[in-house]
Design a protein around this ligand. Structure first.
Ligand code: OAD
Length: 397
């Protein structure tokens, strides 16, 4: 488990369960076999077309954009020990990412459609943006493996903090503190930081992929454990479909793996077309459209959209930059603590989150990405394919 060969299965090897390794064959399989136990596994890539950057995409990913700032390493913004000492960078980001600003994508609506059709066994998401819920996926069908902004509590005494106070505090870029007398600990949304345990719901549902009759993996680099190992729990003969800009996690190595290496919105539309669900999908997605002004934005010229996305990323990183004035002492202390970790440079790996990339590797990678960004300008079309009409129908990688 979790150690699948990364070489794609040869074209000559016939699939076992499917008739072919194509989206049409997957649709056929769903229709003919009364498929009702679909497990969906997602990450930040399903929300990029909503305007939320993912984490690891070169140039546009959050980490590449935080790397030039004064953080010891980009992921420190989600590190619990770093947060204890300096919660500002996180709350600066929280101000940008807080739910309510973004519309679900058609991919979120596709997951909701699976549920409406009684075919969704579970949707596992690593995202904290709550867009699955906003698209109509009910809480009992959802495992928010890395938590979400939906609730929050004191990191010292565990006392819950009221939702409305949290919303107001984040809106004015303040830091919330526990309201319990004499506690005054820091309050944090129930997002799983590096160094924290995953929610109970994840552990309860972790074995479900083994009983799935189809797995759909979308918009994730599958680099963060233990989530990254979920697809390997799917039975060997069960088809798995990956809809992602790049090949990840050894998907493609089994006889019944289907790879759609493209934007997930266009990928789910292809699947919906093959299933004869396209109109239903678009109608369902339309219900998430908050206003006509949003519609106008969707229809804006590609050039305007690109400028808009560039501006959003700029604003995000400038905002963090402004409040991210770590004192030199603080930074030195943190780097000292980090160097002391016994795990030879791997990011924090207690009972909870683990990363398969070392801190040093990631720093190097991030620096490379920043340099790339400098030399390549801010071309976002590889990650927002709708910005480049020529790339819409062809795989991005
Ligand atoms: P990543 O940023 O690591 O990966 C996003 C993946 O989605 C990449 O493989 C992209 O190529 C792909 N992608 C981006 N846009 C896409 C699009 N429009 N269509 C299809 N694919 C697209 O994000 P995650 O895998 O979600 O944890 O990252 C996992 C965890 O790492 C996050 O939950 C977060 C982070 O540290 C915490 O914050 C605790």
């Amino acid at each position: 488990m979790g150690n699948e060969a990364s070489t794609p299965v040869s074209e000559d090897v016939p699939p076992i369960t499917l008739t072919a390794r194509t989206v049409e064959a997957v649709a056929d399989y769903i229709k003919k076999n009364n498929v009702k136990r679909i497990v969906v596994m997602t990450g930040a890539g399903i929300s990029t077309s909503a305007g939320i950057p993912d984490f690891r995409s070169p140039n546009t990913g959050l980490y590449a954009n935080l790397a030039r700032l004064n953080l010891p390493y980009a992921e420190a913004v989600f590190d619990i020990s770093y947060f204890r000492n300096n919660p500002r960078p996180f709350y600066e980001l929280a101000h940008e990412l807080y739910p309510g600003k973004y519309r679900p994508t058609v991919t979120h609506s596709f997951i909701s459609l699976l549920n409406k059709k009684g075919m969704l066994l579970k949707a596992f998401t690593q995202n904290i943006d709550c867009l699955e819920r906003e698209a109509g996926v009910p809480g009992d069908k959802l495992v928010e493996a890395h938590g979400s902004f939906a609730t929050q509590r004191c990191i010292d005494c565990g006392t819950e903090f009221p939702d409305d106070r949290m919303k107001d505090t984040v809106a004015i870029k303040e830091i919330p503190y526990c309201e319990r007398t004499r506690c005054e600990g820091l309050v944090k949304p129930d997002i799983v930081f590096f160094g924290e345990a995953l929610p109970e719901s994840f552990h309860r549902s972790r074995s479900l992929p083994a009983s799935a009759d189809l797995a759909i993996v979308m918009g994730t680099s599958l680099t963060v454990q233990p989530f990254a190992s979920l697809p390997s729990f799917v039975r060997e003969e069960t088809p798995r479909i990956l809809i992602n800009l790049e090949r990840v996690g050894g998907l493609g190595s089994r006889a019944d793996d289907v790879l759609l290496l493209e934007d997930c919105d266009s990928g789910v539309r292809k699947l919906a077309d093959a299933l004869g669900w396209r109109d239903e999908l678009e109608e369902l997605w339309e219900t998430t459209n908050p206003s006509r002004s949003e519609r106008k934005k969707q229809e804006a010229k590609p050039k305007d959209k690109q400028a808009d996305l560039d501006a959003r990323i700029e604003e995000l990183t400038r905002g963090v930059d402004k409040t991210l004035k770590l004192s030199e002492d603080h930074q030195r202390q943190f780097e000292k603590d980090f160097a002391k970790r016994p795990d030879t440079g791997k990011l924090d790996v207690p009972a909870g989150l683990a990363k398969s990339v070392t801190a040093a590797e990631h720093k190097k990678q991030s620096e490379g990405e920043v340099n790339d960004r400098k030399s390549n300008g801010s071309d976002l079309s590889h990650i927002y394919p709708h910005l480049d009409s020529k790339s819409v129908d062809k795989p991005s990688l």
